[in-house]
Write a protein that binds this ligand. Structure first.
Ligand code: SAH
Length: 414
C-alpha cells in the first residue's frame, strides 16, 4: 500500500534515549509486566524528553528493566513496549508484534468474520494504539502523541504484515487537541492514497454490516460485542426483542437472523438509528431477517423504557448496552446507580421468564460490582434473576493487565 506524503513530514524518532529509575512499587509492577509507568513513580530521569522518545528503565543495579514510549503530556508517562530483555524498536520489532496479533485472530476467518480488532493496544504489546479491520480497510487509532515519530516506520511494518487497501487514521480526543503545530495529520484522515469509501461493508459471523470509520464512534462499529450478539441470536427464535442503546443495530440484526418476530432498536442518535435500518437492509436476503419486523426509536432510552412500561408493552428479550458511565474513580457510584436504574427499567418491560442481557463497558466498574448491582436492583423490583451466563472479552480483545478489562455482560432469566 502507498502512503500519503504527510507521513514523511512527521518528526523522526530521537536518537538519544531517556534513562529512568522508578519507585520500588513501580519496579514491582514492571516485573509483573504492567504496561504503564505513571508520572509520579519516576524517581530519576536523565534529561527532559519529547513525546515519542524511547525511555529505558533501569533497576538500582543498572540492569535493564523495560523500554517504552515517553509521553510528557500524559500522567501515563511511559507506555512499555518491552520488558525483561532489551530490544531495538524498529520496523522488525513492529512487524513481529503485528504478526503475533494477526496470528491470534486467525480463527475468526473461519467464522466468516472480516471485521475485528487487529491490535488491542497494551494487550497486544503496542500500547496506546488500536487497529480495527473492516474488510479491506484498517482504522489505526492513536491515544498518545508518542506514536507520531514512529508512525511512518509503523505503517511500513503494517503494509508488510497486514496489507489493506485503505488505512484511516483516528486520533483520541486528547490527541486531537494536541495536534496543531504544523502537522497535517487530522482525525479521520486517510493515510493511503486510494480514494476512501465513506462507508465500509464487512462481515461479522456471516452477517453484513457497514461501518463509518471516519465519523463513527470508536472506529465505526462496536466490534467488542460480536460474541454477545451471537448469544442473543441463539435465544431469539419466535421472540420479541428490545435492543436499548442499539447504535448501528448489531444486536438487532443478529436477533432478526435468529428468528425474532419483532425487534425494536432504541438509540438517542438519529444517525445511529439510520445506520441500524441500513444494517438490517444489508441482510434482507436472509429469510428470517426479511420476516422480522424492525421498529426504531431515536430517543432517550430512559424515556422510551418508562413510556413502554406505562403502556405495559413487554418483550421476551431485553438488551441493555449503554455507553461508558464511569470515566474516573469518582464516577463509579453514579455509574452503578445508573446501571441499577437501567436494570429496573429493563425488567419493567421484560415478560416474566424472559431474558435480560445487560452489559457494561466501564473499566472502572468491576465485574463483581456490576453483576451485584443488577441482582440488587432486580430484588428491589421483586424479581429474582437466574443467571444463564456471564461473558467477557472475545479473542480479538485480549486482556493482559487489570485495567485492560472493561467489558462484562450478564445473561439472566427473570
Ligand atoms: N449496543 C451497541 C453499542 C452501544 S454504544 C452495539 O452493539 O453496537 C452506546 C450507544 O448509546 C451509542 O450509540 C449512543 O448514541 C447511545 N446513547 C447514549 N446515551 C443515550 C441515551 N440517553 N439514550 C439512548 N441512547 C443513548
Amino acid at each position: 500500500m502507498d502512503f500519503t506524503p504527510s507521513l514523511s513530514q512527521l518528526p523522526s524518532p530521537a536518537e538519544k534515549r531517556i534513562a529512568l529509575h522508578v519507585t520500588a512499587p513501580a519496579e514491582g509492577a514492571l516485573r509483573q509486566r504492567h504496561p504503564w509507568i505513571f508520572e509520579n513513580s519516576i524517581a530519576e530521569q536523565s534529561h527532559a524528553g519529547a513525546a515519542g522518545d524511547l525511555a529505558v528503565i533501569f533497576d538500582d543495579k543498572r540492569k535493564f528493566l523495560a523500554v517504552g514510549l515517553y509521553d510528557p503530556t500524559s500522567p501515563i508517562r511511559v507506555r512499555v513496549l518491552q520488558s525483561r530483555t532489551p530490544a531495538v524498536i524498529n520496523i522488525d520489532w513492529f512487524q513481529n508484534k503485528l504478526a503475533a496479533a494477526a496470528q491470534l485472530r486467525k480463527p475468526l476467518a473461519a467464522q466468516n468474520t472480516n471485521g475485528y480488532r487487529l491490535v488491542h493496544g497494551e494487550n497486544d504489546g503496542l500500547p496506546g494504539l488500536v487497529i480495527d479491520r473492516y474488510a479491506d480497510t484498517l482504522v489505526l487509532k492513536l491515544y498518545t502523541p508518542a506514536w507520531l515519530p514512529h508512525l511512518k516506520e509503523f505503517c511500513g511494518a503494517l503494509a508488510g504484515v497486514n496489507p489493506a487497501q485503505h488505512v484511516i487514521l483516528r486520533l483520541s480526543r486528547s490527541l486531537q487537541k494536541q495536534i496543531n503545530d504544523g502537522l497535517t495529520l487530522r482525525d479521520g484522515m486517510p493515510l493511503t492514497l486510494l480514494p476512501t469509501p465513506e462507508l465500509n461493508l464487512f462481515q461479522e459471523n456471516g452477517l453484513t454490516f457497514e461501518s463509518d470509520p471516519i465519523h463513527g464512534q470508536k472506529t465505526g462499529f462496536f466490534l467488542d460485542q460480536r460474541e454477545n450478539r451471537a448469544r442473543v441470536e441463539a435465544l431469539s427464535k419466535g421472540k420479541s426483542v428490545l435492543n436499548v442503546f442499539s447504535y448501528s443495530g448489531g444486536f438487532s440484526v443478529y436477533a432478526a437472523r435468529g428468528g425474532a418476530r419483532e425487534v425494536v432498536s432504541v438509540d438517542i442518535s438519529p444517525h445511529a438509528i439510520e445506520s441500524s435500518k441500513r444494517n438490517m437492509a444489508h441482510n434482507l436476503d436472509l429469510p428470517t431477517v426479511a420476516a422480522a419486523k424492525h421498529e426504531t426509536f431515536a430517543e432517550d432510552a430512559f424515556d422510551v423504557l418508562a413510556r413502554m412500561a406505562s403502556q405495559k408493552r413487554l418483550f421476551d428479550v431485553v438488551i441493555i448496552d449503554p455507553p461508558m458511565f464511569a470515566q474516573n474513580e469518582k464516577q463509579i457510584g453514579a455509574a452503578l446507580s445508573a446501571y441499577r436504574k437501567l436494570t429496573r427499567l429493563g425488567l419493567s418491560v421484560l415478560r416474566r421468564g424472559g431474558t435480560l442481557v445487560q452489559a457494561s463497558c466501564s473499566s472502572r466498574v468491576s465485574s463483581s460490582e456490576f453483576f451485584e448491582s443488577i441482582h440488587q436492583s432486580a430484588r428491589e423490583a421483586g424479581r429474582i434473576l437466574t443467571e444463564i451466563e456471564r461473558s467477557g472479552h472475545a479473542l480479538d480483545h485480549p486482556i493482559t493487565y487489570p485495567e485492560g478489562e472493561y467489558l462484562k455482560c450478564l445473561f439472566a432469566r427473570g
